[in-house]
Design a protein around this ligand. Structure first.
Ligand code: NAD
Length: 549
Protein backbone atom coordinates (compact mmCIF):
# COMPACT_ATOMS: atom_id res chain seq x y z
CA UNK A 1 0.00 0.00 0.00
CA UNK A 2 1.29 3.40 -0.80
CA UNK A 3 0.14 5.90 1.77
CA UNK A 4 2.48 8.68 0.69
CA UNK A 5 -0.08 10.12 -1.75
CA UNK A 6 -2.39 10.96 1.14
CA UNK A 7 -2.02 14.26 2.89
CA UNK A 8 -3.51 12.86 6.07
CA UNK A 9 -1.03 12.08 8.86
CA UNK A 10 -0.95 10.92 12.45
CA UNK A 11 -4.16 10.08 14.25
CA UNK A 12 -6.22 11.25 11.25
CA UNK A 13 -4.95 8.20 9.36
CA UNK A 14 -6.00 5.89 12.18
CA UNK A 15 -9.46 7.46 12.31
CA UNK A 16 -10.01 7.12 8.56
CA UNK A 17 -11.26 3.61 7.70
CA UNK A 18 -10.16 4.00 4.07
CA UNK A 19 -6.55 4.68 5.15
CA UNK A 20 -6.22 2.88 8.44
CA UNK A 21 -4.54 -0.49 8.68
CA UNK A 22 -3.92 -0.34 12.42
CA UNK A 23 -1.23 -2.59 13.78
CA UNK A 24 -0.39 -3.69 10.23
CA UNK A 25 1.33 -0.37 9.47
CA UNK A 26 4.98 -1.18 8.85
CA UNK A 27 7.84 0.48 10.71
CA UNK A 28 8.52 2.60 7.60
CA UNK A 29 4.88 3.67 7.26
CA UNK A 30 4.72 4.51 10.96
CA UNK A 31 7.66 6.90 10.46
CA UNK A 32 6.28 8.42 7.26
CA UNK A 33 2.80 8.93 8.68
CA UNK A 34 3.74 10.14 12.15
CA UNK A 35 2.20 7.08 13.79
CA UNK A 36 5.09 6.05 16.03
CA UNK A 37 3.81 5.73 19.57
CA UNK A 38 0.18 5.94 18.48
CA UNK A 39 0.12 2.21 17.85
CA UNK A 40 1.27 -0.69 20.01
CA UNK A 41 4.86 -1.55 18.99
CA UNK A 42 4.22 -5.04 17.58
CA UNK A 43 3.60 -5.01 13.83
CA UNK A 44 0.91 -7.47 12.72
CA UNK A 45 0.30 -9.01 9.34
CA UNK A 46 -3.12 -8.60 7.73
CA UNK A 47 -3.67 -12.34 8.25
CA UNK A 48 -3.04 -11.94 11.97
CA UNK A 49 -5.53 -9.08 12.13
CA UNK A 50 -8.10 -11.18 10.26
CA UNK A 51 -7.54 -14.06 12.71
CA UNK A 52 -7.97 -11.71 15.68
CA UNK A 53 -11.28 -10.33 14.44
CA UNK A 54 -12.50 -13.76 13.41
CA UNK A 55 -11.95 -14.90 16.96
CA UNK A 56 -13.76 -11.84 18.36
CA UNK A 57 -16.72 -12.50 16.03
CA UNK A 58 -16.80 -16.17 17.01
CA UNK A 59 -17.15 -15.15 20.64
CA UNK A 60 -20.33 -13.16 19.97
CA UNK A 61 -23.32 -15.20 21.13
CA UNK A 62 -25.91 -14.03 18.56
CA UNK A 63 -26.07 -13.31 14.85
CA UNK A 64 -26.95 -9.69 15.55
CA UNK A 65 -23.90 -9.20 17.77
CA UNK A 66 -21.73 -10.81 15.11
CA UNK A 67 -23.28 -8.38 12.58
CA UNK A 68 -22.49 -5.41 14.84
CA UNK A 69 -18.94 -6.66 15.35
CA UNK A 70 -18.39 -7.03 11.62
CA UNK A 71 -19.70 -3.51 11.18
CA UNK A 72 -17.22 -2.33 13.80
CA UNK A 73 -14.36 -3.76 11.75
CA UNK A 74 -15.71 -1.83 8.79
CA UNK A 75 -15.86 1.40 10.78
CA UNK A 76 -12.19 0.94 11.71
CA UNK A 77 -10.58 -0.48 8.56
CA UNK A 78 -12.54 -1.03 5.33
CA UNK A 79 -9.89 -3.11 3.57
CA UNK A 80 -9.55 -5.42 6.55
CA UNK A 81 -13.33 -5.81 6.69
CA UNK A 82 -13.41 -6.95 3.07
CA UNK A 83 -10.45 -9.28 3.50
CA UNK A 84 -12.24 -10.83 6.49
CA UNK A 85 -15.51 -11.20 4.57
CA UNK A 86 -13.91 -12.47 1.38
CA UNK A 87 -11.95 -15.14 3.20
CA UNK A 88 -15.06 -16.31 5.04
CA UNK A 89 -17.74 -15.49 2.49
CA UNK A 90 -19.97 -18.51 3.06
CA UNK A 91 -19.86 -18.04 6.83
CA UNK A 92 -20.40 -14.27 6.85
CA UNK A 93 -22.85 -13.88 3.95
CA UNK A 94 -25.79 -14.90 6.19
CA UNK A 95 -24.67 -12.18 8.66
CA UNK A 96 -24.11 -9.37 6.17
CA UNK A 97 -27.20 -10.38 4.28
CA UNK A 98 -30.17 -12.67 4.93
CA UNK A 99 -31.15 -13.77 7.48
CA UNK A 100 -29.26 -11.61 10.03
CA UNK A 101 -29.55 -8.36 8.08
CA UNK A 102 -33.33 -8.69 8.47
CA UNK A 103 -33.07 -8.54 12.24
CA UNK A 104 -30.49 -5.76 11.91
CA UNK A 105 -32.99 -3.72 9.89
CA UNK A 106 -35.80 -4.37 12.36
CA UNK A 107 -33.49 -3.07 15.11
CA UNK A 108 -31.58 -0.57 12.96
CA UNK A 109 -32.62 2.42 15.09
CA UNK A 110 -31.64 0.61 18.27
CA UNK A 111 -28.19 -0.48 17.05
CA UNK A 112 -27.46 2.66 15.01
CA UNK A 113 -23.93 3.95 15.60
CA UNK A 114 -22.61 5.70 12.53
CA UNK A 115 -24.32 6.82 9.32
CA UNK A 116 -23.41 5.21 6.01
CA UNK A 117 -24.80 6.13 2.61
CA UNK A 118 -27.39 8.71 1.63
CA UNK A 119 -30.86 9.27 3.13
CA UNK A 120 -33.33 11.19 0.97
CA UNK A 121 -36.65 12.15 2.55
CA UNK A 122 -39.87 13.38 1.03
CA UNK A 123 -39.12 16.60 2.93
CA UNK A 124 -36.01 17.03 0.73
CA UNK A 125 -38.03 17.41 -2.47
CA UNK A 126 -36.66 20.26 -4.54
CA UNK A 127 -33.25 19.93 -2.83
CA UNK A 128 -32.15 16.39 -3.62
CA UNK A 129 -29.31 17.67 -5.82
CA UNK A 130 -27.82 19.45 -2.77
CA UNK A 131 -27.93 16.21 -0.75
CA UNK A 132 -26.25 14.33 -3.57
CA UNK A 133 -23.56 17.04 -3.70
CA UNK A 134 -22.79 16.28 -0.02
CA UNK A 135 -21.75 12.71 -0.81
CA UNK A 136 -17.96 12.59 -0.36
CA UNK A 137 -17.32 9.89 -3.03
CA UNK A 138 -15.86 11.52 -6.14
CA UNK A 139 -16.90 8.55 -8.22
CA UNK A 140 -19.94 6.34 -7.77
CA UNK A 141 -20.36 3.35 -10.08
CA UNK A 142 -23.29 1.70 -8.39
CA UNK A 143 -26.15 2.69 -6.12
CA UNK A 144 -28.39 0.21 -4.36
CA UNK A 145 -31.58 2.02 -3.40
CA UNK A 146 -34.52 0.94 -1.28
CA UNK A 147 -37.58 2.72 0.05
CA UNK A 148 -37.75 0.27 2.94
CA UNK A 149 -41.29 -0.73 2.08
CA UNK A 150 -40.87 -4.50 1.75
CA UNK A 151 -37.68 -5.47 3.49
CA UNK A 152 -37.12 -9.18 2.83
CA UNK A 153 -40.31 -10.82 4.15
CA UNK A 154 -40.47 -8.37 7.04
CA UNK A 155 -42.72 -5.67 5.63
CA UNK A 156 -42.41 -1.91 5.94
CA UNK A 157 -39.26 -0.95 7.87
CA UNK A 158 -39.08 2.63 6.56
CA UNK A 159 -35.66 4.27 6.84
CA UNK A 160 -34.38 1.26 8.81
CA UNK A 161 -34.30 -0.56 5.48
CA UNK A 162 -30.89 1.08 4.95
CA UNK A 163 -29.26 -2.12 6.24
CA UNK A 164 -30.25 -3.78 2.96
CA UNK A 165 -28.41 -1.53 0.45
CA UNK A 166 -25.39 -1.49 2.78
CA UNK A 167 -25.32 -5.29 2.98
CA UNK A 168 -25.99 -5.79 -0.68
CA UNK A 169 -23.20 -3.44 -1.73
CA UNK A 170 -20.79 -5.22 0.62
CA UNK A 171 -21.59 -8.38 -1.37
CA UNK A 172 -20.93 -6.58 -4.67
CA UNK A 173 -17.42 -5.96 -3.39
CA UNK A 174 -16.81 -9.25 -1.58
CA UNK A 175 -18.22 -11.47 -4.35
CA UNK A 176 -17.38 -9.58 -7.53
CA UNK A 177 -14.72 -7.01 -6.70
CA UNK A 178 -16.73 -3.82 -7.15
CA UNK A 179 -14.60 -1.04 -5.66
CA UNK A 180 -16.27 -0.20 -2.31
CA UNK A 181 -15.27 3.45 -2.58
CA UNK A 182 -17.37 3.66 -5.72
CA UNK A 183 -20.55 2.32 -4.16
CA UNK A 184 -23.38 4.25 -2.53
CA UNK A 185 -26.25 2.85 -0.46
CA UNK A 186 -29.35 5.04 -0.69
CA UNK A 187 -32.59 5.02 1.28
CA UNK A 188 -35.59 6.92 0.03
CA UNK A 189 -37.49 7.83 3.18
CA UNK A 190 -41.02 8.25 1.88
CA UNK A 191 -42.41 7.73 5.40
CA UNK A 192 -43.49 4.46 6.97
CA UNK A 193 -46.77 2.82 7.83
CA UNK A 194 -45.04 0.82 10.55
CA UNK A 195 -46.94 1.98 13.66
CA UNK A 196 -44.34 0.56 16.03
CA UNK A 197 -41.60 2.60 14.36
CA UNK A 198 -43.71 5.75 14.30
CA UNK A 199 -43.97 5.52 18.10
CA UNK A 200 -40.33 4.49 18.66
CA UNK A 201 -38.14 7.41 19.88
CA UNK A 202 -35.10 5.62 18.40
CA UNK A 203 -36.62 5.32 14.90
CA UNK A 204 -34.22 7.00 12.45
CA UNK A 205 -36.65 8.13 9.73
CA UNK A 206 -39.24 10.84 9.24
CA UNK A 207 -42.12 10.24 11.62
CA UNK A 208 -45.09 10.17 9.25
CA UNK A 209 -47.08 7.75 7.13
CA UNK A 210 -46.00 6.96 3.60
CA UNK A 211 -46.53 9.83 1.17
CA UNK A 212 -49.07 9.71 -1.67
CA UNK A 213 -48.21 8.13 -5.01
CA UNK A 214 -47.56 11.40 -6.89
CA UNK A 215 -45.17 12.69 -4.24
CA UNK A 216 -43.48 9.29 -4.13
CA UNK A 217 -42.80 9.04 -7.87
CA UNK A 218 -41.70 12.70 -8.00
CA UNK A 219 -39.18 12.03 -5.25
CA UNK A 220 -37.77 8.98 -7.01
CA UNK A 221 -37.55 10.91 -10.28
CA UNK A 222 -35.69 13.75 -8.56
CA UNK A 223 -33.30 11.22 -6.99
CA UNK A 224 -32.63 9.50 -10.32
CA UNK A 225 -31.97 12.81 -12.08
CA UNK A 226 -29.75 14.14 -9.31
CA UNK A 227 -27.49 11.10 -9.11
CA UNK A 228 -27.23 10.83 -12.87
CA UNK A 229 -26.33 14.48 -13.12
CA UNK A 230 -23.40 13.95 -10.76
CA UNK A 231 -22.38 10.44 -11.94
CA UNK A 232 -23.83 10.03 -15.47
CA UNK A 233 -23.05 6.30 -15.89
CA UNK A 234 -24.10 5.21 -12.42
CA UNK A 235 -25.84 1.82 -12.29
CA UNK A 236 -28.93 1.86 -10.06
CA UNK A 237 -30.15 -1.33 -8.45
CA UNK A 238 -33.66 -1.15 -6.99
CA UNK A 239 -34.10 -3.30 -3.91
CA UNK A 240 -36.99 -4.36 -1.68
CA UNK A 241 -39.66 -2.07 -3.08
CA UNK A 242 -43.21 -3.32 -2.72
CA UNK A 243 -44.54 -5.18 -5.72
CA UNK A 244 -46.45 -2.50 -7.61
CA UNK A 245 -43.73 0.11 -7.12
CA UNK A 246 -41.03 -2.40 -8.07
CA UNK A 247 -42.64 -3.25 -11.40
CA UNK A 248 -43.66 0.34 -12.12
CA UNK A 249 -40.14 1.70 -11.47
CA UNK A 250 -38.51 -1.01 -13.55
CA UNK A 251 -40.94 -0.32 -16.36
CA UNK A 252 -40.31 3.41 -16.15
CA UNK A 253 -36.51 3.37 -15.97
CA UNK A 254 -35.14 0.21 -17.56
CA UNK A 255 -35.07 1.62 -21.09
CA UNK A 256 -33.91 5.03 -19.91
CA UNK A 257 -30.97 4.39 -17.59
CA UNK A 258 -28.69 1.55 -16.51
CA UNK A 259 -30.78 -0.08 -13.76
CA UNK A 260 -32.25 -3.36 -12.61
CA UNK A 261 -34.31 -4.87 -9.83
CA UNK A 262 -32.63 -7.81 -8.14
CA UNK A 263 -35.81 -9.11 -6.48
CA UNK A 264 -37.37 -9.53 -9.90
CA UNK A 265 -34.53 -9.91 -12.39
CA UNK A 266 -31.69 -11.27 -10.23
CA UNK A 267 -34.02 -13.91 -8.81
CA UNK A 268 -35.15 -14.81 -12.30
CA UNK A 269 -31.57 -15.12 -13.49
CA UNK A 270 -30.52 -17.45 -10.70
CA UNK A 271 -33.63 -19.63 -11.09
CA UNK A 272 -33.19 -19.84 -14.87
CA UNK A 273 -29.63 -20.98 -14.08
CA UNK A 274 -31.15 -23.88 -12.14
CA UNK A 275 -33.26 -24.72 -15.19
CA UNK A 276 -30.25 -24.57 -17.54
CA UNK A 277 -28.39 -26.93 -15.19
CA UNK A 278 -31.38 -29.25 -15.08
CA UNK A 279 -31.40 -29.21 -18.90
CA UNK A 280 -27.77 -30.34 -18.85
CA UNK A 281 -28.84 -33.35 -16.77
CA UNK A 282 -32.00 -34.08 -18.77
CA UNK A 283 -30.30 -33.33 -22.10
CA UNK A 284 -33.40 -31.43 -23.17
CA UNK A 285 -34.22 -27.87 -24.18
CA UNK A 286 -36.04 -25.36 -21.99
CA UNK A 287 -38.61 -25.09 -24.76
CA UNK A 288 -39.47 -28.77 -24.16
CA UNK A 289 -40.59 -28.07 -20.58
CA UNK A 290 -44.01 -27.35 -19.13
CA UNK A 291 -43.59 -25.27 -16.00
CA UNK A 292 -46.14 -24.70 -13.24
CA UNK A 293 -45.56 -22.12 -10.53
CA UNK A 294 -47.06 -22.28 -7.07
CA UNK A 295 -47.33 -18.56 -6.33
CA UNK A 296 -47.82 -15.75 -8.81
CA UNK A 297 -46.16 -12.78 -7.12
CA UNK A 298 -43.10 -10.75 -8.07
CA UNK A 299 -40.68 -13.67 -7.89
CA UNK A 300 -42.95 -15.99 -9.91
CA UNK A 301 -43.77 -13.54 -12.70
CA UNK A 302 -40.17 -12.32 -12.91
CA UNK A 303 -38.90 -15.89 -13.29
CA UNK A 304 -41.73 -16.84 -15.66
CA UNK A 305 -40.95 -13.94 -18.00
CA UNK A 306 -37.24 -14.75 -18.11
CA UNK A 307 -37.98 -18.44 -18.74
CA UNK A 308 -40.17 -17.37 -21.65
CA UNK A 309 -37.36 -15.12 -22.92
CA UNK A 310 -34.94 -18.06 -22.66
CA UNK A 311 -37.31 -20.23 -24.71
CA UNK A 312 -37.65 -17.47 -27.30
CA UNK A 313 -33.86 -17.31 -27.48
CA UNK A 314 -33.92 -21.05 -28.29
CA UNK A 315 -36.15 -20.24 -31.26
CA UNK A 316 -39.61 -20.86 -29.79
CA UNK A 317 -42.24 -18.28 -30.78
CA UNK A 318 -43.18 -16.11 -27.77
CA UNK A 319 -46.84 -17.20 -27.72
CA UNK A 320 -45.79 -20.81 -27.53
CA UNK A 321 -43.18 -20.05 -24.88
CA UNK A 322 -45.78 -18.31 -22.72
CA UNK A 323 -48.18 -21.21 -23.20
CA UNK A 324 -45.61 -23.56 -21.65
CA UNK A 325 -45.75 -21.65 -18.36
CA UNK A 326 -48.70 -21.55 -15.94
CA UNK A 327 -49.24 -19.94 -12.54
CA UNK A 328 -51.22 -21.04 -9.52
CA UNK A 329 -52.02 -18.35 -6.95
CA UNK A 330 -53.96 -18.17 -3.67
CA UNK A 331 -57.23 -18.40 -5.64
CA UNK A 332 -56.24 -21.36 -7.80
CA UNK A 333 -54.89 -21.92 -11.29
CA UNK A 334 -54.45 -18.64 -13.16
CA UNK A 335 -56.77 -19.06 -16.13
CA UNK A 336 -58.53 -16.78 -18.60
CA UNK A 337 -61.74 -18.45 -17.43
CA UNK A 338 -61.41 -16.98 -13.95
CA UNK A 339 -63.93 -14.28 -13.10
CA UNK A 340 -61.82 -12.30 -10.61
CA UNK A 341 -59.64 -9.44 -11.91
CA UNK A 342 -56.10 -10.67 -12.52
CA UNK A 343 -53.09 -8.42 -11.89
CA UNK A 344 -51.45 -7.18 -15.10
CA UNK A 345 -48.25 -9.18 -14.57
CA UNK A 346 -50.23 -12.45 -14.46
CA UNK A 347 -52.17 -11.82 -17.70
CA UNK A 348 -49.56 -13.18 -20.17
CA UNK A 349 -49.82 -16.51 -18.32
CA UNK A 350 -53.62 -16.59 -18.03
CA UNK A 351 -54.29 -19.32 -20.60
CA UNK A 352 -57.56 -20.97 -21.49
CA UNK A 353 -57.35 -23.64 -18.77
CA UNK A 354 -59.91 -25.47 -16.70
CA UNK A 355 -60.52 -23.89 -13.34
CA UNK A 356 -58.52 -25.77 -10.69
CA UNK A 357 -58.60 -24.88 -7.04
CA UNK A 358 -56.15 -27.49 -5.83
CA UNK A 359 -52.51 -27.62 -6.90
CA UNK A 360 -52.61 -31.37 -7.46
CA UNK A 361 -55.57 -30.95 -9.83
CA UNK A 362 -53.59 -28.33 -11.72
CA UNK A 363 -50.70 -30.82 -12.02
CA UNK A 364 -53.10 -33.51 -13.27
CA UNK A 365 -54.42 -31.11 -15.89
CA UNK A 366 -51.13 -29.62 -17.10
CA UNK A 367 -48.71 -32.52 -16.61
CA UNK A 368 -45.78 -30.20 -15.93
CA UNK A 369 -42.16 -31.27 -16.16
CA UNK A 370 -41.29 -28.66 -13.50
CA UNK A 371 -42.93 -27.11 -10.45
CA UNK A 372 -41.57 -23.93 -8.90
CA UNK A 373 -42.63 -22.93 -5.40
CA UNK A 374 -42.64 -19.18 -4.73
CA UNK A 375 -45.75 -18.97 -2.59
CA UNK A 376 -44.25 -18.70 0.92
CA UNK A 377 -46.70 -21.50 1.83
CA UNK A 378 -44.82 -24.25 3.68
CA UNK A 379 -45.21 -27.95 2.90
CA UNK A 380 -47.39 -27.36 -0.15
CA UNK A 381 -45.22 -29.72 -2.23
CA UNK A 382 -46.73 -32.70 -0.44
CA UNK A 383 -45.80 -36.37 -0.78
CA UNK A 384 -48.74 -36.70 -3.19
CA UNK A 385 -47.52 -33.75 -5.30
CA UNK A 386 -43.94 -35.04 -5.53
CA UNK A 387 -45.05 -38.61 -6.22
CA UNK A 388 -47.38 -37.45 -8.99
CA UNK A 389 -44.56 -35.35 -10.52
CA UNK A 390 -42.36 -38.48 -10.41
CA UNK A 391 -45.05 -40.57 -12.12
CA UNK A 392 -45.26 -37.97 -14.88
CA UNK A 393 -41.50 -37.47 -15.31
CA UNK A 394 -38.32 -39.53 -15.07
CA UNK A 395 -36.52 -36.50 -13.66
CA UNK A 396 -39.08 -34.05 -12.25
CA UNK A 397 -37.79 -30.53 -11.68
CA UNK A 398 -38.82 -29.45 -8.19
CA UNK A 399 -37.76 -26.00 -7.02
CA UNK A 400 -38.96 -25.05 -3.53
CA UNK A 401 -37.81 -21.46 -3.44
CA UNK A 402 -39.72 -19.87 -0.58
CA UNK A 403 -37.73 -18.34 2.28
CA UNK A 404 -36.97 -18.78 5.10
CA UNK A 405 -36.61 -22.55 5.61
CA UNK A 406 -39.86 -22.64 7.61
CA UNK A 407 -41.73 -21.41 4.50
CA UNK A 408 -40.16 -23.84 2.04
CA UNK A 409 -42.69 -25.76 -0.08
CA UNK A 410 -40.80 -28.96 0.78
CA UNK A 411 -37.46 -29.94 2.25
CA UNK A 412 -34.62 -31.40 0.21
CA UNK A 413 -35.10 -34.68 2.01
CA UNK A 414 -38.79 -34.82 1.06
CA UNK A 415 -38.01 -34.02 -2.57
CA UNK A 416 -35.40 -36.79 -2.87
CA UNK A 417 -37.30 -39.34 -0.76
CA UNK A 418 -40.68 -39.01 -2.46
CA UNK A 419 -39.16 -38.89 -5.95
CA UNK A 420 -36.92 -41.90 -5.17
CA UNK A 421 -33.84 -39.81 -5.76
CA UNK A 422 -34.96 -38.55 -9.18
CA UNK A 423 -35.91 -34.95 -8.37
CA UNK A 424 -33.80 -32.18 -9.83
CA UNK A 425 -34.09 -30.02 -6.76
CA UNK A 426 -33.15 -26.46 -5.86
CA UNK A 427 -34.20 -24.45 -2.85
CA UNK A 428 -34.56 -20.88 -1.67
CA UNK A 429 -33.17 -21.75 1.75
CA UNK A 430 -30.07 -23.79 2.55
CA UNK A 431 -30.52 -27.52 3.13
CA UNK A 432 -27.87 -29.99 4.32
CA UNK A 433 -26.85 -32.92 2.09
CA UNK A 434 -29.32 -35.81 2.06
CA UNK A 435 -28.46 -39.53 2.18
CA UNK A 436 -30.90 -41.61 0.16
CA UNK A 437 -30.46 -45.26 -0.73
CA UNK A 438 -26.70 -45.13 -0.40
CA UNK A 439 -26.24 -41.92 -2.40
CA UNK A 440 -25.43 -38.48 -1.03
CA UNK A 441 -27.39 -35.66 -2.66
CA UNK A 442 -26.08 -32.10 -2.34
CA UNK A 443 -28.96 -29.65 -2.74
CA UNK A 444 -27.87 -26.10 -3.42
CA UNK A 445 -29.65 -22.85 -2.85
CA UNK A 446 -30.69 -20.65 -5.78
CA UNK A 447 -29.10 -17.72 -4.02
CA UNK A 448 -29.26 -14.38 -5.87
CA UNK A 449 -25.73 -13.69 -4.65
CA UNK A 450 -24.46 -16.02 -7.36
CA UNK A 451 -25.43 -13.49 -9.99
CA UNK A 452 -26.22 -9.94 -8.92
CA UNK A 453 -22.67 -8.94 -7.90
CA UNK A 454 -21.25 -10.22 -11.19
CA UNK A 455 -24.05 -8.67 -13.25
CA UNK A 456 -23.26 -5.37 -11.54
CA UNK A 457 -19.53 -5.80 -12.12
CA UNK A 458 -20.01 -6.66 -15.82
CA UNK A 459 -22.24 -3.62 -16.36
CA UNK A 460 -19.99 -1.28 -14.38
CA UNK A 461 -16.89 -2.49 -16.19
CA UNK A 462 -18.41 -1.85 -19.62
CA UNK A 463 -20.31 1.25 -18.45
CA UNK A 464 -23.32 -0.36 -20.08
CA UNK A 465 -25.99 2.09 -21.20
CA UNK A 466 -28.81 -0.23 -20.08
CA UNK A 467 -29.30 -3.61 -18.40
CA UNK A 468 -31.56 -5.51 -20.80
CA UNK A 469 -33.06 -8.97 -20.28
CA UNK A 470 -30.25 -10.58 -22.29
CA UNK A 471 -27.83 -9.69 -19.50
CA UNK A 472 -29.74 -11.91 -17.05
CA UNK A 473 -29.79 -14.79 -19.52
CA UNK A 474 -26.07 -14.35 -20.26
CA UNK A 475 -25.36 -14.53 -16.52
CA UNK A 476 -27.59 -17.59 -16.09
CA UNK A 477 -26.00 -19.46 -18.99
CA UNK A 478 -22.53 -18.65 -17.80
CA UNK A 479 -23.25 -19.80 -14.23
CA UNK A 480 -24.98 -23.01 -15.36
CA UNK A 481 -21.90 -23.96 -17.35
CA UNK A 482 -19.73 -23.48 -14.29
CA UNK A 483 -21.50 -26.34 -12.51
CA UNK A 484 -19.17 -29.34 -12.70
CA UNK A 485 -20.38 -32.74 -13.91
CA UNK A 486 -19.46 -34.08 -10.50
CA UNK A 487 -21.77 -31.52 -8.87
CA UNK A 488 -24.59 -32.32 -11.31
CA UNK A 489 -24.17 -35.98 -10.48
CA UNK A 490 -24.66 -35.18 -6.79
CA UNK A 491 -27.87 -33.32 -7.60
CA UNK A 492 -26.33 -29.86 -7.22
CA UNK A 493 -27.64 -27.42 -9.83
CA UNK A 494 -25.31 -24.63 -8.67
CA UNK A 495 -21.57 -24.59 -7.95
CA UNK A 496 -20.28 -24.16 -4.38
CA UNK A 497 -20.86 -20.61 -3.16
CA UNK A 498 -17.39 -20.68 -1.60
CA UNK A 499 -16.04 -20.26 -5.16
CA UNK A 500 -18.05 -17.09 -5.72
CA UNK A 501 -15.12 -14.79 -6.43
CA UNK A 502 -13.84 -16.97 -9.29
CA UNK A 503 -17.37 -17.69 -10.53
CA UNK A 504 -18.01 -13.94 -10.60
CA UNK A 505 -15.05 -13.37 -12.92
CA UNK A 506 -16.61 -15.67 -15.52
CA UNK A 507 -20.16 -14.39 -15.06
CA UNK A 508 -19.10 -10.73 -15.16
CA UNK A 509 -17.05 -11.47 -18.30
CA UNK A 510 -20.11 -13.13 -19.92
CA UNK A 511 -22.21 -10.07 -19.04
CA UNK A 512 -19.52 -7.74 -20.36
CA UNK A 513 -19.28 -9.73 -23.58
CA UNK A 514 -23.03 -9.44 -24.03
CA UNK A 515 -22.81 -5.66 -23.50
CA UNK A 516 -20.02 -5.36 -26.08
CA UNK A 517 -21.88 -7.56 -28.59
CA UNK A 518 -25.07 -5.52 -28.25
CA UNK A 519 -23.35 -2.15 -28.53
CA UNK A 520 -24.25 -1.19 -24.98
CA UNK A 521 -20.69 -0.83 -23.73
CA UNK A 522 -19.15 2.63 -23.56
CA UNK A 523 -15.54 1.45 -23.42
CA UNK A 524 -13.32 -0.16 -26.01
CA UNK A 525 -13.55 -3.95 -26.23
CA UNK A 526 -10.38 -5.54 -24.81
CA UNK A 527 -8.74 -8.50 -26.55
CA UNK A 528 -9.31 -10.72 -23.52
CA UNK A 529 -12.52 -9.70 -21.72
CA UNK A 530 -12.14 -12.16 -18.87
CA UNK A 531 -8.59 -11.02 -18.11
CA UNK A 532 -9.66 -7.38 -18.28
CA UNK A 533 -12.60 -7.97 -15.91
CA UNK A 534 -10.34 -9.81 -13.50
CA UNK A 535 -7.88 -6.92 -13.62
CA UNK A 536 -10.70 -4.43 -12.91
CA UNK A 537 -11.83 -6.31 -9.81
CA UNK A 538 -10.90 -4.60 -6.59
CA UNK A 539 -8.81 -6.42 -3.99
CA UNK A 540 -8.39 -5.39 -0.34
CA UNK A 541 -4.65 -5.11 -1.01
CA UNK A 542 -5.21 -2.77 -3.97
CA UNK A 543 -2.69 0.09 -3.67
CA UNK A 544 -5.13 2.51 -5.35
CA UNK A 545 -7.46 1.96 -2.41
CA UNK A 546 -5.46 3.95 0.08
CA UNK A 547 -4.91 6.69 -2.46
CA UNK A 548 -8.68 7.14 -2.66
CA UNK A 549 -8.69 6.95 -6.45
P1 NAD B 1 -45.33 -12.25 -3.28
O1 NAD B 1 -46.02 -11.90 -2.02
O2 NAD B 1 -45.18 -11.24 -4.35
O3 NAD B 1 -46.06 -13.53 -3.93
C1 NAD B 1 -46.60 -14.61 -3.21
C2 NAD B 1 -47.56 -15.35 -4.14
O4 NAD B 1 -47.98 -16.55 -3.50
C3 NAD B 1 -48.84 -14.57 -4.52
O5 NAD B 1 -49.07 -14.69 -5.88
C4 NAD B 1 -49.94 -15.30 -3.75
O6 NAD B 1 -51.18 -15.29 -4.44
C5 NAD B 1 -49.38 -16.70 -3.73
N1 NAD B 1 -49.98 -17.51 -2.67
C6 NAD B 1 -50.22 -17.17 -1.40
N2 NAD B 1 -50.83 -18.19 -0.77
C7 NAD B 1 -50.95 -19.18 -1.67
C8 NAD B 1 -51.48 -20.48 -1.62
N3 NAD B 1 -52.01 -20.98 -0.50
N4 NAD B 1 -51.44 -21.23 -2.73
C9 NAD B 1 -50.91 -20.75 -3.87
N5 NAD B 1 -50.38 -19.53 -3.98
C10 NAD B 1 -50.41 -18.76 -2.88
O7 NAD B 1 -43.91 -12.81 -2.83
P2 NAD B 1 -42.60 -12.97 -3.74
O8 NAD B 1 -41.74 -11.77 -3.62
O9 NAD B 1 -43.00 -13.44 -5.08
O10 NAD B 1 -41.84 -14.14 -2.94
C11 NAD B 1 -42.44 -15.39 -2.78
C12 NAD B 1 -41.47 -16.33 -2.08
O11 NAD B 1 -40.35 -16.56 -2.90
C13 NAD B 1 -40.94 -15.78 -0.75
O12 NAD B 1 -40.92 -16.80 0.22
C14 NAD B 1 -39.54 -15.40 -1.09
O13 NAD B 1 -38.69 -15.55 0.02
C15 NAD B 1 -39.17 -16.40 -2.15
N6 NAD B 1 -38.08 -15.91 -3.01
C16 NAD B 1 -36.98 -16.68 -3.17
C17 NAD B 1 -35.93 -16.25 -3.96
C18 NAD B 1 -34.71 -17.10 -4.17
O14 NAD B 1 -34.71 -18.21 -3.75
N7 NAD B 1 -33.67 -16.63 -4.83
C19 NAD B 1 -35.99 -14.99 -4.56
C20 NAD B 1 -37.14 -14.21 -4.40
C21 NAD B 1 -38.18 -14.69 -3.63
Amino acid sequence: MSTCENKEKGVGVLRNPWLNRGTAFTEKQRDELGLRGLLPPAVSTRDEQVARWKSIIEQQPTGLLKYITLDTVRMIDEALYFQLVMENVEEYMPLIYTPTVGEACQKFGKIFRQPRGLFISAEDRGHVRELVANVPNKKVDIIVVTDGNRILGLGDLGACGMGIPIGKLALYTACAGVNPQHTLPVTIDAGTNNEEFLKDPLYIGQRHKRVDEDTYYELIEEFVNAVRERWPDVLIQFEDFQNTHAFALLDKYQNRIPCFNDDIQGTASVVVTGFYSAMRVKKEKLSDQRILFLGAGSAATGIAHLLADAMVEEGTPREEALSRIALFDSKGLVSSRRTDKLAANKLPFAHDLEIASSFIDAIRQLKPTAIVGVSAQPKTFTKEVIELMSELNDRPIIFALSNPTSKSECSAEEAYKYSKGNALFASGSPFAPVEFEGKTFVPRQGNNSYVFPAIGMGCIYTRSKFVPTGVFLAAAKSLAHLVSLEDLDKGALYPPLSEIRELSVSIAAAVAEYCFDKGLAQIERPADIKAAVREAMWQPSDPKFAAGE
